[in-house]
Design a binder for this molecule. Structure first.
Ligand SMILES: NC(=O)c1ccc[n+]([C@@H]2O[C@H](COP(=O)([O-])OP(=O)(O)OC[C@H]3O[C@@H](n4cnc5c(N)ncnc54)[C@H](O)[C@@H]3O)[C@@H](O)[C@H]2O)c1
Length: 363
């Protein structure tokens, strides 16, 4: 991709651009105009900073930059880490026009965004996402969060970034497992609202697995466009944004049952999408042909080929605890087929449990 592509998210004062392209971390001309003040806090982690920190060296020539390199991992997406970032902002003497820059995956951007959202009641936040999942999902939409011992993402805010720069080159070093987990979210966009994109993914699966530049650019661009369109129409998740949870209710139950150690989020979502398709089929909403196409595509991407064996009872208990289960009735994102997801209320618990019982053997 020669020239970066700009996609607009939101409207009015809160609108911001998402740039997608190659070499963006070194693109001074693009990033520089996005920075209003002199002071910057660059937040990254011990894995990402050694890989890409140098590409941002130009920032130090132009700004007063403090750098916080966090330990790697979800375990550090905490209030303690946010407090560490507040201390760094205080040492910097950060004023209202200072900015926080996140260089990393969703963990870094969630906690850095949270710190930016409450420092002096909110300062600028720029995201430089370096995982596929962060580029197509976590960095867009303005949700920030930290975890508590009581649960994931319990403390957070809506704080739209000033801009997001998705440098496709950073995806080259991503571990295979993380990369494939990101592809699950790409498949999700196609599954919920874009049958043509789904067909493109079917023909491009091998190119994507090989991380061919043009296929990767196309997949990221299309996914970013879908997320941008949805969050622009429904910033606070009152309606359409819920469709992004396709596969997630099942996925969360699987992640929780495994103590968040067995599966990456995208891996759980891939299994969850397969179950959601089976449930739609069982309820007579969609035909088997659609389930099979989803199974086949995810299988070629190495996703959801087997599920950890948790009993249907354990999974069902986690499903009911999920925040999407309101007043004992289960809410699910189901589909009528590829590209046609919708929010289903009051889904029959017996049908859900039947799917949970049959799936691991047949995935
Ligand atoms: N805010 C939102 O809307 C939103 C949406 C989805 C997910 N999330 C959050 O995102 C987090 C998951 O994000 P993630 O999947 O990016 O995980 P992550 O941030 O933990 O990154 C995955 C791993 O890849 C490493 N890494 C990152 N970039 C790399 C690169 N270019 N090369 C090599 N290694 C690299 C990281 O150090 C880490 O070890 C979760 O905390 C989740 O709750 C937030």
């Amino acid at each position: 991709m020669n020239r970066p592509v700009r996609i607009e998210v939101g409207s009015g004062e809160r609108a911001y651009p998402v740039w997608v392209g190659s070499g963006l971390l070194a693109a001074e001309d693009l990033i520089e105009p996005l920075l209003r003040g002199r002071q910057l806090l660059l937040v990254s982690n011990e894995t990402v900073m050694p890989l890409f920190g140098e590409r941002l060296d130009w920032l130090r020539r132009r700004r007063e930059v403090a750098i916080e390199v966090l330990p790697d991992g979800e375990a550090h997406k905490t209030l303690e880490t946010a407090a560490r970032l507040f201390a760094a902002l205080a040492r910097l003497g950060a004023q209202r026009d200072a900015a926080v820059l996140a260089l990393g995956g969703g963990v870094v951007s969630d906690v850095a965004g949270f710190a930016a959202s409450v420092w002096m009641r909110g300062i600028d936040f720029l995201v430089l996402p370096t995982t596929l999942l962060a580029q197509v999902d976590a960095a867009i939409g303005g949700k920030t969060a930290v975890n508590l011992p009581e649960g994931k993402n319990l403390v957070g805010s809506f704080h739209p970034p000033r801009a997001v720069c998705c440098d496709l080159d950073t995806l080259r070093t991503l571990p295979e497992r993380e990369y494939r987990a990101g592809l699950a979210e790409v498949v999700k966009y196609a599954a919920i609202r874009d049958a043509e994109f789904f067909t493109w993914l079917e023909t491009s699966a091998e190119a994507l697995l090989a991380r061919e530049a043009s296929a990767l650019a196309e997949a990221v661009l299309r996914s970013v466009s879908h997320k941008a369109e949805i969050v622009t129409r429904d910033e606070r998740e009152r309606g359409e944004r819920a469709l992004l949870n396709f596969g997630h209710t099942f996925g969360h139950a699987l992640e929780a049952a495994g103590g968040y150690r067995e599966l990456l989020h995208g891996e759980a979502v891939a299994i969850g999408m397969r179950w959601a398709a089976r449930l739609s089929e069982r309820l007579g909403l969609a035909s088997r042909e659609h389930t099979l196409r989803l199974d086949r595509l995810l299988g070629r991407l190495g996703l959801g080929l087997s599920a950890p064996s948790h009993s249907p009872e354990v999974l069902s208990a986690h499903l009911r605890l999920d925040k999407k289960a309101r007043s004992g009735r289960l809410r699910f994102i189901l589909w009528r087929g590829i590209g046609e997801a919708f929010l289903a209320e009051g889904v029959d618990v017996a049908a859900v449990e039947a799917v949970l019982g049959e799936a691991p053997g047949t995935l």
